[in-house]
Design a protein around this ligand. Structure first.
Ligand code: UD1
Length: 442
């Protein structure tokens, strides 16, 4: 398995370009199952999760071509679905495989999707996806580790889901996306309340509208979807990755550099930018796609609570913890979205950080002089937090099990090297895809 070797202490300078959003590309690929016509996607990042999604679509019967196309372009054609099944082997490595459930139910009237199961960062059930589909007329049983769903009535194939009034008990991003896709081809109107407002949901709604769907309210917590009988092919460019952009923002701040982050949407980074301002990091929104971050005279501690969009993203929590280790004073971090998402804290402590964790709260006392050592990663975003800690630590930091980071960050080593970081990938023996169900996270 590959590792990263980082020699910390280099301030990052220059311009780094953000790739397309993994969390937008995943539902966009799943949405291609809703039509028999070709769907062309642009700005798809080269990350492992999207390769997994391609394999899943191919298993289901879609033709996915990537190789002959320019980088970042995918052509997906799901003329006929030969198997409405998402098997365990693929689902276990990527929880977002659940995104095939809504489109399969809408298009085929049946679906068999492996239950995603636990992951390193918490239980993360899919009960809300299932109860919403049941309201839309799905009959669902879970047996032998699989969700087996069919549209109520005889001979489900070809039968349509029915529009319904759904109120999510809790905000769920992929749950909202699944219901958006299912409702797009359902009979009648669906109203979804307490829906996720993440930019990735809006991006999916925009793509579905281009395919002929009738959706309004995206970006707010109430979505209205009037089902249509058929959707057609489209061409769509996925939005820039706000988590990758935020990670680079914090990388610039933690190393005290002068970093310009290009190809991003500053508007999607409101909570991160506001938090950076509270810590004293100078930032400039250069234009609609560019932010510049510079060295803070003094990095001040600031409390942070993760929230659904437009709040501070849970996917940026580990990176913020790394920054908090360098800030003067005490920062209390409260994780409200995911249980058990502090696995990186103990690794940062091994590097010399002063952190205490109690339940969903972590208290970070800074500044601490971090020193490099070998650290283990537990999930995708924890890895990003540890990379940031390594960039500021003295000596050598070895980040083990980087397959986690490869799931969601395109060319992170090359991008960081391009702006002056001393980081390299050490290729190790063993299959890079080796990943247990227990560690498969987001
Ligand atoms: C998505 C993102 C992930 C991000 C997360 C929260 C993708 C592919 N992944 O994951 O990067 O960290 O949103 O912003 O877009 N929950 C339930 N029942 C359900 C569904 C969710 O209890 O049926 C709970 C989860 O356990 C979790 C919370 O709701 O505590 C939010 O989860 P959710 O928004 O569904 O996360 P994902 O969509 O899986």
């Amino acid at each position: 398995m590959d590792k990263f070797l980082i020699r910390g202490g280099k301030a990052l300078r220059g311009t780094v370009k953000v790739s397309g959003a993994k969390n937008s590309a995943l539902p966009a690929m799943a949405a291609a199952l809703l039509t028999a016509e070709p769907v062309k996607l642009h700005n798809v990042p080269k990350v492992r999760d999207l390769i997994t999604m391609s394999k899943l679509l191919a298993f289901i019967g879609a033709r996915v071509s990537v190789t002959e196309l320019p980088a970042g372009d995918y052509l997906i054609e799901a003329r006929a679905l030969n198997d409405a099944e998402a098997p365990y082997d693929l689902v276990k490595t990527m929880r977002a495989s659940i995104l095939t459930l809504g489109p399969l139910m809408a298009r085929a009237g049946v679906a068999r999707v492996s239950l995603p199961g636990g992951c390193a960062i918490g239980a993360r059930p899919v009960d809300l996806h299932l109860s919403a589909l049941e309201k839309m007329g799905a009959e669902i049983v879970t047996s032998h580790g699989y969700i087996e769903a069919k549209v109520h009535g005889n001979g489900s194939r070809g039968r349509r889901l029915k529009g319904a009034h759904i109120v999510f008990e809790k905000i769920t991003v992929t749950g909202t996306e699944n219901i958006l896709m299912a409702a797009a081809l359902a009979e009648g109107e669906t109203i979804l309340e307490n829906a996720a407002r993440e930019p990735e949901v809006t991006d999916l709604a925009e793509m579905l509208r281009k395919m002929g769907a009738q959706i309004s309210g995206d970006g707010s917590s109430t979505l209205r979807i009037r089902g249509v009988e058929k959707l057609h092919g489209t061409e769509h460019s996925v939005i820039p990755d706000r988590i990758e952009a935020g990670t680079f923002l914090l990388a610039g701040a933690i190393t005290g550099g002068d970093l310009t982050i290009a190809n991003c949407v500053p508007e999607h980074l409101g909570a991160v930018v506001a938090k950076m301002e509270q810590t004293g990091v100078p930032m400039e929104i250069v234009d609609k796609t560019t932010i510049r971050v510079r060295r803070a005279k003094k990095l001040a501690a600031s409390d942070m609570t993760t929230e659904e969009y437009p709040g501070f993203a849970t996917d940026m929590q580990a990176q913020y913890m790394a920054l908090a280790t360098q800030a003067e004073g005490t920062s209390a971090i409260t994780e409200t979205i995911c249980e058990n998402r502090y696995l990186h804290a103990s690794e940062m402590m091994r590097m010399g950080a002063h952190i205490s964790v109690e339940g969903r709260r972590a208290v970070v006392r800074g500044p601490a002089a971090l020193s490099g050592t070998t650290v283990q990663t537990s999930d995708l975003r924890a890895s990003a937090g540890l990379v940031l800690a390594g960039l500021v630590a003295s000596g050598e930091t070895i980040i083990d099990r980087v397959y986690h980071i490869d799931r969601g960050y395109e060319g992170i080593v090359e991008k960081l090297r391009g702006v002056g970081a001393n980081i390299e990938r050490i290729h190790g023996p063993g299959p890079e895809t080796k990943q247990s169900a227990l560690t498969a996270a987001r």
